[in-house]
Design a protein around this ligand. Sequence first.
Ligand SMILES: Nc1nc2c(c(=O)[nH]1)N[C@H]1C(S)=C(S)[C@@H](COP(=O)(O)OP(=O)(O)OC[C@H]3O[C@@H](n4cnc5c(=O)[nH]c(N)nc54)[C@H](O)[C@@H]3O)O[C@H]1N2
Ligand SMILES: Nc1nc2c(c(=O)[nH]1)N[C@H]1C(S)=C(S)[C@@H](COP(=O)(O)OP(=O)(O)OC[C@H]3O[C@@H](n4cnc5c(=O)[nH]c(N)nc54)[C@H](O)[C@@H]3O)O[C@H]1N2
Ligand code: SF4
Ligand SMILES: [Mo]
Length: 705
Amino acid sequence: MSETTQTLFRACHLCEAICGLEIKTQGSEIVSIKGDNADPFSGGHLCPKAMALKDLQEDPDRLRKPVKRVGDNWQEITWQEALDEVARSLTDVQRQYGNDSVAVFAGNPNVHNYGNLTHGRLLRKALQTKSNYSATSLDQLPHHLIAYHLYGHQFLLPIPDIDHTDYMVIIGANPLVSNGSLMTAPNITRKLQQIQKRNGKFVVIDPRRTETAKAADEHHFIKPGSDVYLLLAIANYVFKSNKVNTAHLGDLLVGLGEVELAVADFSAELAASKTGVSAEIIEDIAENLINTKRAVLYGRMGISVQQYGTLCQWLINIINLVTGHTDVEGGAMFTSPAVAYVKKGAPGAGHFGKFRSRVSGLPEFGGELPSVALAEEMMTEGEGQIKAMVTIAGNPVLSSANGKQIDEAMENLDYVVAIDFYINETTRHANIILPPSSPLEHEHYDFAFLRLAVRDTTRINPAIFDKDNDALHDWQIYNKLSEKIAELKNNDFSPLPDPKHIVDWELKNGLYGQNHELNLSWEMLEANPHGIDLGPLKTSLKDRIATLSGNIELIIPECMQDLESLDKTIDTQDGKLLLIGRRHIRSNNSWMHNYQRLVKGKPHWQLFMHPDDLAARGIENGAEVTIKSRVGEVSTVVKATDEMMPGVISLPHGWGHQKAGVKAQVASQTQGVSCNDLTDETFYDAISGNAALNGVPVEVFNKAG
Ligand SMILES: Nc1nc2c(c(=O)[nH]1)N[C@H]1C(S)=C(S)[C@@H](COP(=O)(O)OP(=O)(O)OC[C@H]3O[C@@H](n4cnc5c(=O)[nH]c(N)nc54)[C@H](O)[C@@H]3O)O[C@H]1N2
Ligand SMILES: Nc1nc2c(c(=O)[nH]1)N[C@H]1C(S)=C(S)[C@@H](COP(=O)(O)OP(=O)(O)OC[C@H]3O[C@@H](n4cnc5c(=O)[nH]c(N)nc54)[C@H](O)[C@@H]3O)O[C@H]1N2
Ligand code: SF4
Ligand SMILES: [Mo]
C-alpha cells in the first residue's frame, strides 16, 4: 500500500443528514475527517459520529473474511466455501419445509448502502420467500402506507420545506439529535434558527423536553400514544371554523365531506383530557396553521412508532392538505431528485394486504410482513413456519419489539446466515457470517436520502480505500449468492451490473440528465466532487400523482375503522408509567457502541424519570431500578429529570451488548440495557402492524437486594 496522502470528498452515510465530508488519508490510514465546506447542501456541517467512520474502518472486531461457527468458536473460511454452504443449506431447508421457511430480515443500514438497495431484491427473488421483514415496520411504515393510499406511491412522501416555512409544528421528532428523519436536512439546528430569524416559529410536541424542544418557541408535553386526539381536534377545528383551504389541490381532493364527518366528534376539550395539552393550545396551533401562509405539520418516530401510527400520519397529511400547506412553498412538498424520481408509473409503488402473516394475520406492505410477527412465525409450528433466516445489516434482537423473544426463537432455527461485518447480538446466532467490504471501500450514491431531502441536490461518493482483493461488496455477495441459490433451485438468474452503472443510467435518464442542461452522469459528478445544487423543492404533485383515479382519495377504509374504535369519552388517568425511547447524538441505533470516542464520557443510556414519579415510589436519583412490562424486566440506573412529563419514562434502544458471544470489545463493556426487552410484540399499530415501541405500559421499582 502506498503512503501517499489523499484528500477525498464523500458524504457521511451514517444518518439521514448525509453531510459532505473532507477525508484526508495517508496510505491506509484516515488522518482527518472534517465537514466539506464546499458541499452546497451541508456547507461543512458534521456531528461527532463522523469521526467514527475512522473507527469503523480500523475496528479490529470488524470482520474481513467469512466466518463459520464451530461450537462457540468462529473459523475463517473462503468465500467459495461460505457461499456454497449458505446456498446449499438455505435451499435444503426450503426443499424440506417450503420457500417461506426461509426468512429475510433487512436492517436500517441497507438504506445507507446503495448496493443493498439495487441488488438486495436479487436474493429475495432467488429465495422466492414471502417471509420478508425489515426495520421499516419498526419505523416509517405508516408514512409509506399513507403515501401509497393518498398519493399512489409509497415514496411520494411529503417533506417539510423547512427552508421556507414560517411556522413548523414538530410532533414526535427530535431532529437536533437525530439530525432529521424523512427530512434530510444537514445542519438542522441552523435551519430551525433561520425560521426564528425570519420571525417565524417552531413548536415541539413531545413527552420529553428534548434538545429540539429546548430550542423551540414553544414546547408542549403530550401523553405518549394520545397524539391522535390532538390531530383529530386540529382537523375538526379547521372544518368547524369553515377555514378549509384546499389551495391549488382542491380539484384533486375527494372525500372532504366524509373526513369532516369522521372528525366531528373530536373536540379540543376531549383532546385535552386525553393528551394533557390544553384546549387553548390545541386551538392556537390550529389557528396558526390556518393563518400562516407558509406552515407545516411534521411528525416522525414518536407518532409513527406508536399504537396509532397510521392514523396519526393520515391526519398529519389531512391537516396539511386542508390548511393549504401541501405541495406549496413552506409546506409539505415532494422532492425532485436526480435519481429515482417518483411519478405515476414509477416502479415500486407498493401494495397492501396482498397476503397476511400466518399466525396473527398481519398484512404485508410492499411484500414485507410486520416485524412484530417475526418471532411467532419462528415459534409456531405448522406449514410455513420459519426454520432459517438471513439477516442483512440488522440486529432485530436489540431493535425489535420483545427482542428477547427473537433471541430465543433464533436459537432454535435450523440455519442462520448474516450478511454483516459484526458479530452482534443477532448475528452471533449465525452458522455463517458473510462480511461485505467496509462502507468506505465502495462508492456510494445516496438515492434513498436525496429523495427525502429538503432541497434537491446530487453528489456521488468515491471509495476512500480499495477493498482487499478477495473481499466482496454487499452487491457482489447478492449477485453470487443469488446465482448459486437459483442454480440449486433450477431457476433462471441474471446478475445485475455494478450499482454505479445503474445510478449512472438513472442520472442520464433522469430529470437532470441527457435532456437537461446539466447533463448529469456519474462522470460529470466525479468532476464535481462536492455535489451540485438542484434548487429548492418545487410544486409538482399535480403532474405526478400516482393514484389510479388521479385524485387524492382522503377516505381510507382502514383508517375509518381504526377511528371508530377510538374511545370518545373524557379520560380518567390510569396511573401506569408509559415508556418511550430516546436517541443521543453520539449513538446510532444498535451498532456504534464499539467506538471508544462515542461511548466515553458521561453515560447516556440511563432511565429518565420525573422526580415526582421517583418520590412517589420511594426511589432515589441514581438508584438501580427494575423496569417491568408484560414481556419482561430489565434493571438499570435511573436519572431524575424534569425533562420528562410526569408519568412517562425514557430508555434509549440499541444497548444491551453484554450477551455471551458478542464480539465487540468496547461495546461489551458498556452497561446500557436493551429497551426492547420491555417493548411488546403484541402492541402495534392495528392498521399497518408497525411496532408500537413508544407508549409501552411499565412499572418501575427499586431493584431488589
Ligand atoms: N425501542 C426502540 N426500538 C427501536 C427504535 C426506537 O426508537 N425505539 N428505532 C427503530 C428504528 S427507527 C430502526 S431504523 C431500527 C434499527 O435497527 P436495525 O435495523 O436492527 O439496525 P442497526 O441497529 O443499525 O443494525 C446495524 C447492523 O448493520 C450492520 N451494517 C452496517 N453497515 C452495513 C453495511 O454496509 N452492510 C452490511 N451488510 N451490514 C452493515 C452493522 O454491522 C450492524 O450489525 O431500530 C428500531 N428499534
Ligand atoms: N444520533 C442519532 N441519530 C439518528 C439515529 C440514532 O439512533 N442516533 N437513528 C436514525 C433513525 S434509524 C431514525 S428512524 C431517526 C429518527 O428520528 P426522530 O424521529 O427525529 O428521532 P427520535 O429521537 O426517535 O424522536 C422521537 C421523539 O418522539 C418522542 N415521542 C415518543 N413517544 C411519543 C408520543 O407518543 N408522542 C409524541 N408526540 N412524541 C413521542 C420522543 O420523546 C422523541 O423525542 O433518527 C436517525 N438519526
Ligand atoms: S449528522 Fe453526523 S452522522 Fe449524520 S450524516 Fe452528518 S456527520 Fe454523519
Ligand atoms: Mo429508523
